[in-house]
Ligand binder design. Structure first.
Ligand SMILES: Cc1cc2nc3c(=O)[nH]c(=O)nc-3n(C[C@H](O)[C@H](O)[C@H](O)COP(=O)(O)OP(=O)(O)OC[C@H]3O[C@@H](n4cnc5c(N)ncnc54)[C@H](O)[C@@H]3O)c2cc1C
Length: 516
């Protein structure tokens, strides 16, 4: 058996969750190994909805442009037919324009396989790679680390020592099972959907085409043009006793029978699957040095496109905490991962379940998706890392997502708050005059770990640390009138708001979350 040295983090599973975590760790200089038991990357559509909050994460990781270049695009309008006749047309998401605080107000569609490819390319740019055909077959942990056994196709088993292990190994997570963590919830055996990626001749790509039951409006079959490809995703709910065949001939027969059309030729079948509705949440997200993230910790009905997005946010929450604790921050910081993320998953599961029930009941608003699916309003206000020292809080509190705002630097160049946040550091925004020597003192003490910016009105200051709030968007976005210090975490959430322009509260806060 091969025995390698100790790696800081072993990530099991190279889906969207594992890849996001790997990118976040590597960009902060934390080495990790990412393994996946499959021999080749997933190439299907599956989780195709990337929510606005995840777009912000992709932006922070430096891959939003690459996702767009890969074809990420707004959802097309929906069309319902009776045979060839259009009987209804509508949109899934209400049209919303970018605003100063929300630059990406609408979800984009990108098939999961392409999202993963974009993340893998970023990982390679950071010097990492996925080790495919490498399966975790066992592990034990002690106070200092985790000993894992990896089996590679055709190779000798490898014994690996890691300081932390993250199970991003999907809904059937063997990491979760080995930890003995229960996965409470429901599986609806009778509630199944057939999904297949394929080509369709003779159908416009400008619409998501659906064929509902005339009376109940329940979906019989649908074809969604997949952004970034020239394929469609076919979706067809299955009756409890239906045993579908996933061959092209069988899918063509099913499609013709359900749509009443014989003029559309299906071909080029790619990924195809039948999934049952699963609603489950892990009882814990962590045992000692082993963590769960993504589908390993929570599985959702696909309605509302929450699963992939919640996994990406898990990884984004965990990455900086692992990085800081590995650098010497108090180990208690890692407790906040479960404390912050488990309640969020419970909330999101409730939402996707409600949306699913709307679909099962064929409610008239079943296809529509509102702001609640965008994950911008999810917050950690009640979590252990939110500290708001104001007597009277505003609309935006510690624990909330830190809003964006267009500003200018002292030289007059346009710059957004998100440009300042982008990267693995904390950002301290000083609304009000922070003396230059205080700024210099913070820079000397924290270096690249904390970026300090003084937010001033036009004409209110100069220097590299100044952000000119030219149109007042920053103050409005943070709902601040008087002076305040706002500390923004590396994952874009507000950690601390204090009305005092003194650095002690900031230093006290940072002592809990940063290596000395
Ligand atoms: C039909 C369908 C539609 C969906 N639509 C959406 C949507 O629109 N939006 C959305 O947000 N979500 C959607 N989802 C959910 C989304 O696909 C999942 O939430 C997402 O894939 C979870 O990502 P993950 O990285 O946590 O896990 P996965 O993508 O499942 O990745 C886990 C990886 O771990 C690997 N692995 C497992 N065990 C081991 C082991 N022992 N050793 C090594 N590797 C291992 C697996 O091979 C796999 O590659 C949908 C899901 C389905 C089925």
């Amino acid at each position: 058996m091969n025995q390698q040295g100790t790696v800081p983090v072993l990530i099991v599973g190279a889906g969207p969750t594992g890849l996001t975590l790997a990118c976040d760790l590597l960009r902060r200089g934390v080495a990790c190994r990412v393994i996946d038991k499959v021999a080749t990357p997933f190439a299907g559509s599956r989780g195709k909805g990337v929510q606005p909050r995840s777009l912000e994460v992709l932006d922070d990781l430096g891959v939003l442009d690459a996702a767009r270049a890969a074809g990420a695009a707004p959802y097309p309008p929906l069309r319902a037919y009776a045979g060839s006749q259009v009987v209804w047309e509508g949109v899934m998401h209400e049209r919303r324009e970018p605003s100063p605080d929300v630059p990406h107000p609408l979800p984009l569609m990108l098939p999961q396989g392409l999202t993963e490819e974009v993340l893998r390319t970023r990982l390679a740019g950071l010097g990492g790679r996925v080790e495919f055909a490498t399966e975790l077959t066992g592990f034990e942990q002690d106070g200092d680390g985790v000993s894992a056994t990896l089996v590679t196709a055709g190779g000798a088993p490898e014994r690996l020592r890691a300081l932390y292990l993250v199970g991003a190994d999907g809904g059937h997570s063997s990491v979760r099972k080995r930890l003995g963590i229960s996965f409470e919830g429901e599986t609806h055996e009778e509630d199944r959907m057939l999904i297949a990626d394929l080509h369709v001749d003779g159908l416009e790509r400008e619409f998501w085409h659906t064929w509902p039951e005339r009376e109940t409006r329940a979906l019989k079959v649908g074809l969604c043009p997949l952004a970034g490809t020239n394929t469609f995703q076919l979706m067809a709910p299955l009756a409890p006793d239906e045993a579908p065949e996933l061959s092209l001939d069988a899918l063509q027969t099913l499609f013709n029978a359900r749509s009443g059309r014989t003029d559309l030729r299906l071909h080029g079948l790619g990924w195809a699957s039948v999934f049952r509705t699963n609603i489950r949440l892990a009882e814990r997200y962590r045992v000692g040095r082993v963590f769960l993230a993504g589908d390993a910790a929570h599985v959702h009905p696909p309605d509302g496109g929450q699963g992939l997005n919640t996994g990406v946010q898990d990884a984004y929450n965990l990455g900086w905490k692992l990085g800081e604790v590995l650098a010497g921050a108090p180990a208690a910081l890692l407790d906040s991962y479960e404390q912050e993320r488990l309640p969020i998953a419970a909330e999101v599961l409730g939402l996707s379940t409600r949306l699913h029930q709307r679909g099962v009941r064929s409610d008239s608003n079943a296809p529509q998706r509102g702001a609640e699916t965008q994950q911008l309003g999810l917050h950690y206000r009640e979590g252990p890392l939110a500290r708001d020292e104001r007597d009277v809080k505003g609309r935006v509190e510690a624990g909330d997502r830190a809003p964006d705002a267009p500003c200018h630097d002292a030289a007059g160049n346009a710059i957004r708050l998100f440009d300042v946040f982008r990267g693995p550091h904390f950002t301290l925004l000083a609304f009000g005059a922070l003396p230059a020597d205080t700024v210099a003192g913070l820079a000397a003490r924290y270096g690249a770990k904390v970026r300090v910016r003084t937010v001033v009105s036009p004409g209110g200051g100069s220097g590299g640390h100044v952000l000119v709030d030219t149109h007042g968007h920053a103050r409005r976005g943070y709902d601040l009138e008087g002076p305040a210090l706002v500390l923004v975490r590396p994952d874009g959430y507000i950690g601390l708001i204090t009305p005092h322009l003194v650095t002690e509260p900031v230093e006290r806060y940072l002592a809990r979350v940063l290596a000395p």
